[in-house]
Each structure stands twice: as C-alpha cells, then as structure tokens.
Design a protein around this ligand. Sequence first.
Ligand code: SF4
Length: 527
Amino acid sequence: MTSHNRVDHSADHADEFPAAQSEVRVLDKSRPRSENMATNKIECNACPVLCQITEGRSGACDRYANVQGVLTRVDPLVLLKRLDNQSQTQVRDRALPSTPDGEPEKNLDSTTAELFVTGVGAGTTYPDYKPAPFMVASKLNGVDMVTVVTEGIFSYCSFKVKIDTDRYLGPERASIRHRGEVVGHVTTAEYGSQMLSLGGVHHLTGGSKKEGRVTCEMMMALGNKHAVELAIEGGAQLVVQAGRAPIVDGVEEKHMRVGCGSATIGIFAKQWFGQVDEVVVVDDHITGVLSEHQAGRCLDMPLSGIKMKGRKSTPGRYFQVANPGQGWGGTDIANPLDIIEGFDPEYARPGMRLLMTSTTGEHAAWFVLNEQLQPVPATMPSAVQKVVDRIVENCEPSLASVMFLAGAGGSLRAGVTDNPVWLTNSIKQAITQVTCGGAAAYVWAGGGITVMVDVLRMPDQSFGSVPTPAIVAPIEFTMRLDDYARLGGHMDGVRPIDEVIDQERSRSMHWSVEHSSWPLLQKPMLG
Ligand code: SF4
C-alpha cells in the first residue's frame, strides 16, 4: 500500500512544516539514502524526477516535503461533502464553493456515505505498478463500492478552450504563444465559438526545455481556473479564464452570437416582415439576405435586387463577403455597405428600406434607397430597433470554457489493477465510472482511457505539475467491490472510507448537485 504523510496546505515554506503527526500513518517510506546523499536528505520517489529533499524543505514540484525525515504530501486530501437542500440553496450561483483558503475542515458533521475521496492531494505513485494511493471502500444503497484514487502524472494531456465570440481571433492552425513560447494552436471554429488547443505532448516534450516548462505552467494555471495571457500569431491578444468572459485585444467580450447570418434571418424573418424591404445579416462565415432566403420566400417577400459581394452558396446565403477581422460579424468591415455591390433596377426602387445588422446586434444600421438606388443612412424605426434589440437579448453571455483532455490509458492503470486492459474494458462496459476530482469525465470511444472533463466542475487547485514536465491531475475509478476483485484489483490496499478520513489530513469541499451529479451516482459518459 502506498501513501504518504500529510501536512497542512499552508505549510509551503521549509521552516513552517509542522512535525509529522503521530496519528498519521506513514504507509510508504521514501527510498533509502544513497551513500552520496547528505544525511538530512531523503529521496522522493513519487515521480521520475527523484528529488533529494533536505529536511524541512519541499521538492521541485512543491507537492512533497521532507518533514523530520518523512516524505510528506504537502496538500491535504480533498473530500467532497454532499450538501443538503438548504445548503444547496445557499450556494446557488456559486461556481464551486469551498472552505476558505484550503483550511482543513475538522468535525465533519456528515456520515461517511455523504463523503467522496477525490484524487486532489492524494499523491502520485511511481513506478506505476505500485498500487494507487487510496482504494476507498464505501457503500451505495447497501452495495459495497470501491473508489481507486490517485493523482495521475499526465504527459499526454491538453486543454480544449471554447471562446464564445464571432470576433476573429486568428487563422486556423495559427500558433498560440504564452510568454513567448508556442503552447498551442487555433483549431476548427465551432458554432458561435472560436476553439483553441493548448498544451499537449508535442509542446511539453517536443520543443525546447523552456517551451516545455512554459507550456506546463500555462496548463496548470488554466486548469486551476486562473487567467492566462495568450498571443495568437497573426491574430488577437487574449486573456482566457475558465468560466469568465474572454478579453480580446483588451476588450472584454460581452455576447456570443445568436446564430450564423442565415440562422439569424431564419429566426427573426417573421418579426421583420412588413417593417423592412431587405435585411442583410453580416457574418464572416454565412451572411444572410432576407428577400432571397427561404425564410423570405416563405413570407412571399419580393426580391430587393440587392447584389452582394462574396460567393453565393444557396439562396440568401453568402460566403466570404469580406475578410475575417474585428469588424461587423467577425469580418474586417467597418462600413457594412462595403459588402454590397449595388441594386438591380429591375427589382429595386427608390424608398426601399434596408436593415444591416451583425449576428450579435452589436452593429446595426438602417438605410433607405435614394433615386439613384443608393442606400442612404436614416434613423432606424423603433419597430425595427425592437427586433435588433431582440437579437441582442437572445445572445448568451460570452464565456471561455476549458476542458481538460488526458489519456489515462497507459501505465496509470497498473496502479488500479494487475491486468490493466480489464480496467479499460470495464470502463467501456460501464462497470467502472471515471471522475476527475469528483467531476464526471466523458470517456472517448476507441482504445485507451481518454477522458475529457470541464475544469469548472473540479475542485479549485486540482492541477499540479512535475518538472519532467508533465501535468498532475486527480482521477478516480469507482466500481462495485466485487467487480474490483474480478478486475484483479489491489484488494489488499482497500481501506474503509471512515478509516481514510480519520487517518489522513484532509479538507472537505461542498458539492452541489446543481453543479454535477454526486460522483457515486454519475451515469457513465461513454463515446
Ligand atoms: S518533482 Fe517528483 S520527485 Fe520531486 S518532489 Fe515532486 S513528486 Fe517528488
């Protein structure tokens, strides 16, 4: 069985480490000193770095320390405590409530059935054939369960970041830099959002030492819900933080678009009908033109004769009306009339009313055609303004969402079972549930155990790192105890949850069912 002694989270200075507490069991010693090692040092064996740590000091990752000759995990083990209904009401609207500043919570007033041991602060094992730090036995509806708890060391991991904006952030595949180093790239945009891929094995291991270190630091900060500054080559400067509005070139983004230009036409066509002769919804991807669009045809709107720049895809839907940029609808235009070539006199007539708007309603302008069939700016009628306001109202707040994506399909499995493929298979068969810091993890289809989890659902400060460089993140595998035995699990190491809580230095965090299902009750999310 492997675990380590623990000290208070606040003890991160050499002189402040408290003495190892006698009631805390030391289950795994550090390696014996080599002959060349000073007598006041111990070797940490929790990762491949194998730091030699002087008494009273911590190792390179600040996660382990030498406390009176005992290898000690600095941070307390994080427990999740299920809330009752009253408490849930009190914490509504809070992202993930916690006790202040990692203060260990004593006198837990819950039964063990309401507690879940997470991998945060659990410790890492190395090499991987050693059993995970904790195999925690508990009961669920009278059934014996076990949760295998560890902090995984992930070289293969990344963050996928979704940024709700139609603003152009940079070309697809453009490199993204943090503190001068390349740490990721712009990837395929999604509906109303720009997507970034950050971190990953290529940047952690495939570049210079500095690139690996900076990438690791950036990933840890992002996972721990801190703001991270990023610079996209040929694009924008960003400040990204999980659950917060992104800041693009110094401006906080407010809204994500209601839809593409074509969708916006489809949504609001009926509300515009009778108030306008033409509407153009400017969008970098699909610009919509009401009178030509199927929505306009269904309303029997006559064609306006408008001639658009760009490439016509299908009626009323135009691609590439301008270049991408920071102007209207994610294009580079400041004057919307720049995307209109003119009006066909066969259909157009003086006095025609034209609305041009962006997909967020952030930009909108009203024009009336003069005798030469040129659009002339005019005051927007209140009925039309009302529909533009409705576009704004339908735009959701812009947020940055951060998903942690990691492969646990490798050697980490040996800490769970002697026969790792049985663990993989049991996950695919929904026998074993995977969580990260208690948060439900989506398991990708195919080989291995590739999981994806929203960092906002994980406890604060869930992520650490080691200087190999690699990211340290919590992961838990929960299954029935009899299934664990069948999988070849490390049954000798299974400990009752109340024993773990009694003997380990821990702090508890409130868990809200509004935030996610209780870890033991989560339904598998399998690809
Ligand atoms: S870097 Fe590795 S060896 Fe050094 S203290 Fe941290 S876990 Fe231990």
